[in-house]
Design a protein. Structure first.
Length: 255
């Protein structure tokens, strides 16, 4: 479904913006950006997600659900696929690393796998964890490092009217302090703030669909009690210094 671009682009030009989220585990994409992804898709954009591990070391169910450890990766992948279909996104790219083993992989090897996917889907926006990985989880930090390397190679290789933008999920300083998150300064920069009031219900449903994971259920509960319905993103320092004038940023801010 193509769309006619807004005022920042000639009315004679049709373009479909592509979003690529690159994360460590099933549910990371929903916690970080589900509300924005759904708005992106509703406006005519395309969404892809890369999930590096199966999340094998997560919790073994919530409520009355009990999952065997050997079955957890399969269950979490099914939860991920169900949610991406719910949002209208494409099926995920699974890198098939084991949970908590991602940092054992050579960064260049991992970045090459990520770069291959970038060249396949040709994203305009790449979203991944910032330097701290939000929670300092080693898988989050490993996928951050590999994605930055891949992004720089992709950015320099592609020929597009606007250079692709690299974004990190961002959290305001007061909220980070409230939950004891040790974020980099870059991850506190609320460069892009998306109002997700119209899609917050779907984000909460997505979190609840990760019924294997206790933290997803807890986050869903917190979101349901919050008045603020926004998702924030920091523009990586690796992005073009003139990113403010990018039509990709104009498109994001128009969601």
């Amino acid at each position: 479904m193509d769309f006619r671009d807004s005022d920042s682009v000639s009315n004679s030009e049709t373009y479909r913006f592509v979003w690529l989220g690159i994360f460590g585990h099933p549910d990371d994409e929903t916690s970080a950006s589900a509300g924005t992804m759904v708005k992106w898709i509703k406006k005519g954009g395309e969404v892809h997600v890369v999930t590096a591990t199966g999340g094998e070391e997560g919790t073994l169910g919530t409520g009355q659900i009990v999952i065997e450890r050997d079955d957890l990766a399969r269950v979490r992948e099914l939860e991920l696929k169900k949610n991406l279909a719910l949002y209208g996104a494409n099926p995920p790219f699974m890198l098939r690393y084991r949970d908590k083993d991602l940092n054992k992989e050579n960064t260049e090897v991992l970045s090459t796998k990520v770069l291959d996917i970038m060249h396949t889907v040709e994203p305009d926006v790449v979203v991944t964890f910032g330097p701290s990985g939000i929670s300092n989880h080693p898988d989050h930090i490993a996928i951050h490092k590999a994605t930055v390397v891949a992004y720089k190679n992709y950015r320099d290789a592609v020929s597009k009217p606007d250079r692709p933008i690299l974004l990190y999920p961002a959290i305001p300083s007061d909220i980070a302090d409230l939950y004891g998150l040790e974020l980099s300064e870059e991850e506190k920069q609320m460069d892009i703030v998306i109002d997700i009031e119209e899609t917050i219900t779907l984000k909460i449903q997505g979190l609840k669909n990760y019924s294997s994971q206790k933290d997803a259920q807890e986050f869903a509960e917190r979101l349901s009690q919050r008045d603020d319905s926004t998702e924030g993103f920091a523009v990586s320092r690796e992005s073009d210094h003139n990113w403010q004038n990018s039509r990709i940023i104009s498109y994001l801010r128009s969601l």
